[in-house]
Unconditional design. Structure first.
Length: 540
C-alpha cells in the first residue's frame, strides 16, 4: 500500500477508448439519483452539454497511462495549524544487549528476540550465514503449511550474510540488525525479484529498485530472505497462491493484508517482517497471529518503492515478536527520504527503558466495559503506576468516511479496471477489490472532498481528546479507534494480551500522539515487560 514504484501498472493491452459518449437527459437524471440527487427535466436538459463535455474530457485524460508510482498533486498531512507534533523523547535509560549463549542446535534461536540474536552475532558465537541458512530452511518447511511466502530471496540473502560476516571479522558492526534475517510484504520492491502485490495480473512484475525501507534495512545490516504474502492488492489473506494460514490454527487464515508478515514472524520463520496498513492490515494479522507490531504515524516512514493503495492512508511498519524488536526496526526505517515527496521528517529519539510511573494514559471506558477479558490490562497498567484517565473519542461517521480509501484505491487501479484485467483477480465477491473499484468510480468528487473536510474536523477534535495524555489504551477492535486513527494518522502499537480457550491469541492496542512513537513505545514496552504473553509461541 504505498507510493513511488517505477513500472507502469499495465504495460500491455492498454484499455481501448470507448466510443464518444452522448448521454440523454434521462441518463443524466438517473445518474443524479445514483448520487442522491433528483434533477428536474429542465435541469437535466441544461446539464447535458456540460456532462457530455466532462465525459469526453475523461476519455482524453484516460488515454494517458499513469504508473501506480505517481501520487496525486494533493497531499495529506496529519498535522494541522495550532496543533504541534509531539516527538518528545521518553527519557529512558539505554538498554544493553544481553550476554547471550547459544545451544548446539542453531534452530533453538528461531524465536529469540533481536537483542539476543544481535549479541550472538556481535560476539561471533553465531555467524550471519549460519543464522540466515537456519531461517531459510525453517521458513521453507513452515511455508508448506502456512503458505506465507511468495518468493524466496536466497541468493541475495546468502551473499549479503557472507559480506556481513566479513565485516564482523574486520571489526565493523552495523548495530542490532547486523545479520538479522527478515521478510518483507510483497508490495515492497526488491531489485532482481518479482514484486507481485499478491495479484494475478502482476505475478511476473519486476521493479528495478529496492524500496527505501528495504534499502535502509540493508544499510542497517538486516538480511532479506523472502518476499512474504499479502492479500491480493492488500486486502485479506487470499492471494494468487491460496490462503495464508494462522500458525496457531492452520485451519484458519492469518488475516490480512500483511498476512505472510504476521504468519512467518509468529511461526519463527523470520526474526521480523515489514507489513503495511491502510485500514487494519497490520493490527488485524498481528492480533490473529499473536505478534507485536507498530503502525507508525502517517508520513513517518518512506513509502518509495511500495504499491500505492490509498495515498492519504498507506503506512509501513514492523511486525515483530516484541515491542522492543519493533522499536529497533522502526528506528532503522523511519526518517528522511528524498524519494518520497510526502514523507514528514520529524525527530525521533529511541525510548530506551523508561519508568512510566505517573504518566497520564487515556482509556476508552465504554470499550473496556464491553470486554471483560481486556480489563486486566487496566489493572496491569495501574500496577505500573500509570495514571489512567477516561477519555472519549470524537463522534464522527468514520466508517462512511472510509470512502476516501475506496476512492483513492479505485484511482490507483483505474487502468486495471478499465482494461478488464480486474476479472483476473482471485476474489470476485461483493467485499473484494474488483467490485469495490467499480462502484467507487461512482463516488462524486464533491463527496470525496466532503469526507476529507470532515477528516480535518476530526483531526482537530482528536487533538482535543488527547490533550494532557501521553497515549491511550483500547481493545484493538473496540469502538471506532482503529478506523478513526487510520484516518487521522495516529501511531498504534498492537501487542498480544492473552489467549482464548482455543489457544488463539488476542491483543490490546496503545495509540500515541502524532509523531509520539518514543513515548508510545516506552509505555507499551513497560507493560509488555510486566507480562509474558509475547513469550508464548505456536507449535509446528
Amino acid at each position: 500500500m504505498i507510493v513511488q514504484i517505477v513500472l507502469a501498472l499495465v504495460t500491455q493491452d492498454a484499455p481501448q477508448a470507448p466510443p464518444p459518449v452522448s448521454p440523454t437527459e434521462e441518463e443524466v437524471r438517473t445518474s443524479g439519483r445514483v448520487v442522491g440527487l433528483e434533477f428536474t427535466e429542465s435541469e437535466a436538459k441544461l446539464m447535458l452539454r456540460g456532462v457530455t463535455e466532462s465525459l469526453r474530457g475523461f476519455e482524453r485524460m484516460q488515454k494517458l497511462s499513469i504508473d501506480n508510482a505517481v501520487a496525486p498533486a494533493t497531499a495529506f498531512a496529519p498535522l494541522i495549524a495550532g496543533v504541534p507534533a509531539r516527538p518528545e523523547p521518553a527519557g529512558g535509560k539505554p538498554f544493553q544487549l544481553p550476554d547471550a549463549d547459544r545451544t548446539e542446535n542453531v534452530e533453538d534461536l528461531a524465536f529469540a528476540d533481536i537483542p539476543t540474536l544481535a549479541s550472538l552475532i556481535r560476539s561471533r558465537k553465531v555467524s550471519c550465514v549460519e543464522l540466515t541458512k537456519m531461517y531459510l530452511a525453517r521458513l521453507r518447511r513452515l511455508d508448506k503449511t502456512l503458505s506465507c511466502v511468495i518468493t524466496f530471496t536466497e541468493e541475495r540473502a546468502l551473499e549479503r550474510a557472507g559480506e556481513l560476516d566479513r565485516e564482523i571479522a574486520a571489526g565493523k558492526w552495523r548495530g542490532p540488525l547486523h545479520g538479522i534475517p527478515y521478510g518483507a510484504k510483497d508490495l515492497l520492491a526488491a531489485k532482481g525479484y518479482p514484486t507481485t502485490w499478491g495479484s494475478v495480473p502482476f505475478k511476473e512484475q519486476k521493479i528495478d529498485l529496492d524500496a527505501t525501507v528495504i534499502r535502509k534495512l540493508d544499510e542497517a545490516g538486516a538480511v532479506l530472505i523472502a518476499k512474504l504474502t499479502l492479500g491480493e492488492l492488500a486486502w485479506g489473506d487470499v492471494w494468487f497462491g491460496g490462503t495464508t494460514k494462522n500458525p496457531w490454527n492452520p485451519k484458519e487464515g492469518s488475516s490480512g493484508s500483511s498476512a505472510g508478515s504476521a504468519s512467518a514472524t509468529a511461526a519463527g520463520g523470520v526474526a521480523f517482517a515489514i507489513g503495511s496498513e491502510t485500514l487494519g492490515s497490520i493490527v488485524s494479522p498481528a492480533t490473529r497471529c499473536g505478534c507485536s507490531a507498530l503502525r507508525p504515524t502517517f508520513g513517518r516512514v518512506s513509502r518509495h518503492g511500495a504499491m500505492a493503495l490509498a495515498w492519504s492512508m498507506d503506512k509501513l511498519g514492523p511486525i515483530c515478536r516484541s515491542v522492543r524488536d519493533a522499536e529497533i526496526v522502526f528506528a532503522a526505517i523511519q526518517g528522511p527520504d528524498p524519494l518520497d515527496d510526502h514523507l514528514i521528517d520529524q525527530p525521533y529519539s529511541p525510548p530506551g527503558v523508561a519508568d512510566v510511573k505517573g504518566w497520564k494514559v487515556g482509556y476508552l471506558k465504554d470499550a473496556f466495559d464491553r470486554s471483560e477479558r481486556d480489563k486486566k490490562v487496566l489493572e496491569e497498567l495501574t500496577a505500573l503506576g500509570v495514571d489512567l484517565v477516561e477519555i472519549e473519542l470524537p463522534s464522527y461517521p468514520v466508517t462512511d468516511m472510509t470512502l476516501v480509501l475506496w476512492t483513492e484505491a479505485a484511482a490507483a487501479f483505474d487502468e486495471l479496471t478499465r482494461s478488464g484485467k480486474d476479472d483476473l483477480l482471485v476474489r470476485q465477491v461483493d467485499q473484494a477489490w474488483p467490485n469495490v473499484f467499480r462502484y467507487a468510480r461512482l463516488v462524486p468528487a464533491v463527496e470525496y472532498v466532503r469526507a476529507n473536510r470532515l477528516r480535518t474536523m476530526l483531526m482537530r477534535d482528536m487533538a482535543k481528546a488527547m490533550e494532557g495524555i501521553e497515549a491511550y489504551v483500547h481493545p484493538s477492535f473496540g469502538g471506532s479507534s482503529l478506523t478513526l486513527t487510520n484516518l487521522t494518522g495516529h501511531p498504534t502499537v498492537v501487542l498480544p494480551s492473552g489467549f482464548a480457550e482455543s489457544g488463539s491469541p488476542y491483543s490490546i492496542s496503545f495509540t500515541g500522539q502524532l509523531f509520539g512513537e518514543s513515548k508510545l513505545i516506552a509505555l507499551a514496552d513497560a507493560w509488555q515487560r510486566s507480562t509474558s504473553y509475547h513469550k508464548r509461541h505456536p507449535r509446528e
